[in-house]
Design a protein around this ligand. Structure first.
Ligand code: G3P
Ligand code: MG
Length: 249
C-alpha cells in the first residue's frame, strides 16, 4: 500500500534551481527558478567536515566553486568564504555556497516547494540523513505541506522514513534495478524518480502500476517533456524551468 501524497505534483521541477541560467544549488538559482514561474525546486544536500548540511551536488568543490577537494573536507566557516558563482559567469561572482537551513528558509519566503535530495558522501549516508532531517524538521512549519525527500541512498531514505515518516519519500533510480519494487516498498516510498536515459514507456508504466507517480530527470527539451507527460510521467526535473513552463501554454 503506497501512502497518498499530501500535495499535487507539478509538471515542472527546477533542477538544482534554474541551473541553466544561474549557478546550481545557490540562492540565485532558487530565486531565478521562482522568477521563471517554478513552484517546485529540487536541490542536493550534503555535509561539511563539521557536519553542517549544505547544498552541493558534486563530492568535490572544484567544478562549482573556488574551493578544491572534497566538500566534506572543509568546515562550514571556510565553505562560506568560497565563491560558488563565478565559475558560472561574472554576473554571479561572489555568490556563496548555500546552507541547507538557508535554502529551506528561502523556499518558505519565495513560496517554492522543495524536493530535498539527500546526497551523502561515501560512508555518510546515515549521518547526512540524520542531520538533514533534523534541520528540516526544525525549520519547516508543522502546518505546512511537507517537502518531498529523495535519495539514491536506500540507507538515507530508511533514516528519513524512521525520523519523519509523514514526509513523503521518493526513491531515486539511475540505471534500471530489478529490485526497485521491493526497495520502494521497504522504504515506503511514495514516488519513483528515474533517469530519462534508461526508461521507456513500458518501465514508466510499470512504476505507475505500483501506485507511485513517476518523476523523470533531467529533461531540458520541451518536446521530450511533453512525450513523457503523455506517457504518464507526473513531473520532469529540468535545468530550464522557464522554457518548460513556457511550453505548457
Ligand atoms: O533528483 C533528481 C536528480 O537531481 C538526481 O540526479 O545527479 O542531478 O542529483 P543528480
Ligand atoms: Mg539532485
Amino acid at each position: 500500500m503506497v501512502a497518498a501524497l499530501p500535495f499535487l505534483l507539478p509538471p515542472v521541477i527546477a533542477h538544482r534551481g534554474a541551473s541553466a541560467n544561474a549557478p546550481e544549488n545557490t540562492a540565485a538559482a532558487l530565486r531565478l527558478a521562482r522568477a521563471h514561474g517554478a513552484r517546485w525546486v529540487e536541490f542536493d544536500v550534503t555535509l561539511s567536515r563539521d557536519g553542517v548540511p549544505v547544498l552541493f551536488h558534486d563530492d568535490d568543490l572544484d567544478r562549482t566553486s573556488t574551493g578544491k577537494g572534497p566538500v566534506n573536507g572543509m568546515d562550514w566557516a571556510d565553505l562560506q568564504k568560497l565563491d560558488a558563482g563565478s565559475w558560472f559567469g561574472p554576473a554571479f561572482a561572489g555568490e556563496p555556497v548555500l546552507g541547507f537551513a538557508e535554502a529551506l528558509k528561502l523556499c518558505l519566503e519565495l513560496g517554492l516547494h522543495p524536493n530535498i535530495e539527500i546526497k551523502p558522501a561515501a560512508g555518510e549516508d546515515v549521518e547526512t540523513a540524520e542531520v538533514a532531517m533534523a534541520a528540516a524538521a526544525a525549520i519547516w512549519p508543522k502546518d505546512r505541506v511537507p517537502p518531498l525527500v529523495s535519495s539514491f541512498s536506500a540507507r538515507s531514505l530508511e533514516i528519513a522514513r524512521d525520523r519523519l515518516p509523514d514526509w513523503p519519500r521518493g526513491y531515486l533510480i539511475y540505471e534500471r534495478q530489478d529490485d526497485w519494487a521491493e526497495t520502494a516498498d521497504r522504504l515506503q516510498a511514495s514516488t519513483i524518480h528515474a533517469c530519462n536515459r534508461f526508461e521507456t514507456t513500458e518501465t514508466i508504466a510499470a512504476y505507475r502500476a505500483s501506485g507511485r507517480p513517476v518523476l523523470i530527470y533531467t529533461v531540458n527539451n520541451a518536446a521530450l517533456a511533453h512525450e513523457l507527460w503523455r506517457a504518464g510521467v507526473s513531473s520532469v526535473f529540468t535545468d530550464h524551468a522557464g522554457r518548460l513552463i513556457g511550453s505548457l501554454g
